[in-house]
Structures are given as structure tokens and as C-alpha cells.
Design a protein around this ligand. Structure first.
Ligand SMILES: NC(=O)c1ccc[n+]([C@@H]2O[C@H](COP(=O)([O-])OP(=O)(O)OC[C@H]3O[C@@H](n4cnc5c(N)ncnc54)[C@H](O)[C@@H]3O)[C@@H](O)[C@H]2O)c1
Ligand SMILES: C[C@@H](O)[C@H](N)C(=O)O
Length: 405
């Protein structure tokens, strides 16, 4: 098994297992959840589709001076736990509920409210929102780019062990539709309950026909991954609900996010996290993208702060509802050169994953985030040297701590 395959197994299987379990149930049980979700969206008596365009959805008592009550879906991935931490610091521990379909590790479970929530289950979501008087919803649940694309070995494993009887193409169809229904559930009840809704998008929402250097907020968006297509869909649906029903939809297109204490969930930019762990532990790293592959990237602290800032931004500052945000752009060889400044013996080799490479080659190289900077004052703190120092210090002190214990 290659390092890359091993990485896939370690970091992506829980997500795939959880997702395919949901997908399998949805398809194989009578009155499957996919169908139920569609029915709920179409027939629920308070559906936005049945309310006039000037109706106010902001029926939940929530003023700008109150602390919001936040629900984070898909919160056990790379970003959710960190976001919960900064939101709890700002709004109080009990005002931020983390949720996922996976079992939380003990330190997460004991750090604040955690609840099971499957975004495909409209009733379950609705109960959580109503019972906890949720006012902000951060919709993090997703299947990232590389997991969403055809990985034959992984797909076969999943088909045999999780979706017996379904063909590869059926599996991808299920993932695709569950993703959409999940989003539709979220949009419908966010509008119904007057929630402020944050859905992250990505550099992956652009494709090979978009301008790539730099990529502006508004341009051709023809992504070639199912992940990108679903994110463009989310951007458009969110903006449509905003204009049509007054939904307070806010969306940031994140670059590849780099974090030390949480693992990425199966994306194309994951190499930029793995490199620090391998450099710190073994002094070498095998990269699955070509040396010159330039992509926009950001340290997690900047990403989470941007999320809080756009959620708190007064409505009148938002000239748009979907913004690019950026901090830096680099290629594997540039990142390796920066790591080498701190670990002089560090060696990088290349073993290209053609699926990830094709995805990366279709994505922006530089991201133009001028609108975010002008409208609500976005400003990043971490550039490449700062990122490398921070990551290596964090991982180094973490492993020294582990050795000491
Ligand atoms: N991490 C990045 O580099 C990056 C970059 C751009 C955008 N984003 C976006 O930010 C969000 C969070 O990213 P992440 O890196 O934390 O993702 P991740 O893949 O690490 O985590 C996603 C989480 O969603 C959960 N999930 C899957 N199906 C679910 C369901 N049916 N119901 C509830 N939860 C479910 C998974 O269990 C997992 O914990 C995603 O929407 C992603 O597209 C991330
Ligand atoms: C860029 C982003 O959306 C994610 N890290 C991925 O590579 O899929």
C-alpha cells in the first residue's frame, strides 16, 4: 500500500464509512431518507416555497446584542472543533453546539455541548434547532474533493464492505444526492427558523475555464469535481434563498486550510498538512502533487477568525453573500524550501497522485479576495514563513509532550 493510500485509509475512511452508511440506509430502507428529505422539502407546511417573497423569516427573537446560539454540523472534521473553540470563547461554552454523525473523541465530548446530528435527517435537525433555540447555523458537513472523486481501490472496498450490490457509479450518485439533499434541508429550515446560515465554499468551486491567476469573486465557474459542483450549487442556492426569502446566508470560499492539531478529511490540499508531520517526525516527505503546483492556502486560525468576522459583519457591509478569502499561495517546492530553512536536512520527493493532480491543475493558483478586504475588513495574519514556523513549533512541542508522557 502506498503512503498515499495509507493516508487515505487513516484520514478518510471514517468519513466515508459514516457517509456510505447514511447513503446505504437512504437507498435500501423503504421510504429511504433521500426520498423523505425531498418530500420534506417539497411539502413541509412552512416551506419557503409557500411564503411570499417579502415575508420576514426572522421570527426567532435574536438581536445583534444577544449572544447567538450556534449549531455546527459536520463538526468533527478538520475545522469544526477549532471553530467551536473560538466561538465558545466569544459567546460562552453552552451557546455553541458541535454536531456530527461520528462519535466524538473524549476531549471534544468533555469540552462543551456535543450532539448527534445527521444533516440528511430533517426532523432531527429541526428538533435540535427548536429545542436549543439555535440562531446561527454553521454547515460544515461535507465530503472533500479527493474523497468525492473516483478512487477505484477505495470505491471497490466501499462497495464490497458497505454498499453491497451497488455499482461504483451508484455510489457516487448516492454521495452526490445526499450532499444536495443535506444542503436543501439546511436551507429550508434555516429560512423557516430565521437562522443566520454559514456555508463554506472553496477554491474548488472554480474550474479550468475560470481565470486562475488571480481568480476573482465573479467569473466563470465550471468545476470538474463533484465537490466543486456541489459547492457552486450551495453558493447559488444560498444566494437565491437570500434574494427570494431573505435568508441571512453568508459564504466564504476557503483556500486549502492548514492545521496542526486536526487532520484534513480527504482533499487535494492535504499534502500541505502532511508535510509538517512527516518533516518533523522523519525529516522527509513524499508529495503527491507536482513541485510547481501552486494553490491558495491559509492557516486555520485565519480561516476560523474570518468565519467569525463575516458572521458578525453588519448586513450593510456585505455587498455580496459569497466572498473569496486568501492568505498566501505556494507550490510544494516553495513550501519545502521554507521547511528546509528550519530543518536543513529535510528532503522532499514526488510520487504524483494523478487524480489529485488533475484536480489541482483545474483550481485557482491565486485568489483575489479584494472584496472581502474592502467590504468587511478581511486581513490575514499568517504568511508562508509565519505558517511554517507556527506549524513546526506546534507539532514539535506536541511530539515532545507525547515523548515526555
Ligand atoms: N479543510 C479545508 O481545507 C477546506 C477548504 C475549503 C472548504 N472547506 C469546507 O469547510 C467545511 C469543513 O471542512 P473540513 O475540512 O472540516 O471537512 P472534513 O471532511 O474534515 O469533515 C466533514 C465532517 O462532515 C461529517 N459528515 C459527513 N456526512 C455527514 C452527515 N450526513 N451529517 C452530518 N455530518 C456529516 C463527517 O463526519 C466529518 O466529520 C466543508 O464544508 C469543506 O468543504 C474546507
Ligand atoms: C480546498 C478544499 O476545499 C479542500 N481542502 C480540498 O482540497 O478538497
Amino acid at each position: 500500500m502506498s503512503t498515499d493510500d495509507a493516508h487515505f485509509q487513516v484520514t478518510e475512511m471514517p468519513v466515508i464509512r459514516a457517509l456510505t452508511k447514511a447513503a446505504k440506509q437512504a437507498l435500501l430502507t423503504p421510504g429511504c431518507r433521500c426520498r423523505t428529505a425531498v418530500t420534506a422539502v417539497r411539502t413541509i407546511s412552512v416551506s419557503p416555497r409557500q411564503v411570499t417573497s417579502d415575508a420576514s423569516f426572522h421570527s426567532v427573537s435574536f438581536s445583534e446584542t444577544d449572544h447567538p446560539k450556534v449549531l455546527i454540523t459536520g463538526g468533527l472534521g478538520q475545522l469544526g472543533v477549532g471553530l467551536a473553540k473560538i466561538l465558545r470563547k466569544r459567546f460562552g461554552n453552552n451557546n455553541v453546539i458541535l454536531s456530527d454523525i461520528r462519535k466524538p473523541p473524549s476531549h471534544v465530548f468533555h469540552s462543551g455541548p456535543f450532539i448527534y446530528s445527521d444533516i440528511l435527517d430533517y426532523k432531527n435537525l429541526r428538533e435540535i434547532v427548536v429545542n436549543n433555540r439555535i440562531t446561527w447555523l454553521v454547515h460544515y458537513s461535507a465530503v472533500l474533493s479527493a474523497v468525492g472523486e473516483a478512487n477505484v481501490q477505495l470505491a471497490r472496498e466501499v462497495n464490497i464492505t458497505a454498499l453491497q450490490g451497488l455499482s461504483n457509479s451508484s455510489l457516487y450518485l448516492v454521495v452526490f444526492f445526499c450532499f444536495f439533499f443535506g444542503l436543501h434541508n439546511i436551507l429550508d429550515f434555516a429560512a423557516e427558523h430565521g437562522l443566520r446560515l454559514f456555508v463554506p465554499s472553496t477554491i474548488g468551486a472554480f474550474g479550468p475555464t475560470s481565470p486562475r491567476d488571480p481568480t476573482p469573486d465573479l467569473c466563470v465557474q465550471r468545476p470538474r469535481t463533484i465537490y466543486g459542483v456541489s459547492k457552486v450549487h450551495a453558493e447559488l442556492m444560498g444566494e437565491y434563498y437570500h434574494h427570494r426569502y431573505g435568508l441571512d446566508f453568508r459564504c466564504l470560499r476557503y483556500p486549502g486550510i492548514i492545521s496542526a492539531d486536526s487532520q484534513p478529511g480527504g482533499g487535494t490540499t492535504d499534502y500541505a498538512v502532511a508535510i509538517f508531520h512527516d518533516a518533523s517526525k522523519n525529516g522527509k516527505f513524499e508529495c503527491n502533487l507536482k513541485p510547481g503546483t501552486r494553490l491558495p492556502m491559509m492557516y486555520i486560525d485565519d480561516c476560523l477568525r474570518a468565519t467569525l468576522e463575516v458572521m458578525e459583519a453588519p448586513t450593510e457591509q456585505l455587498s455580496m453573500r459569497t466572498y473569496n478569502i486568501n492568505a498566501m499561495s505556494f507550490s510544494p517546492e516553495e513550501l519545502a524550501a521554507e521547511v528546509k530553512k528550519q530543518i536543513p536536512d529535510f528532503q522532499i520527493t514526488y510520487n504524483i497522485d494523478h487524480i489529485r493532480q488533475a484536480i489541482a491543475d483545474s483550481w485557482p493558483m491565486n485568489f483575489d479576495d479584494g472584496n472581502a478586504r474592502n467590504d468587511w475588513g478581511w486581513k490575514h495574519d499568517y504568511d508562508l514563513p509565519e505558517l511554517v514556523t507556527t506549524m513546526l513549533n506546534f507539532i514539535g512541542s506536541d511530539s515532545r509532550l507525547a515523548h515526555a508522557n
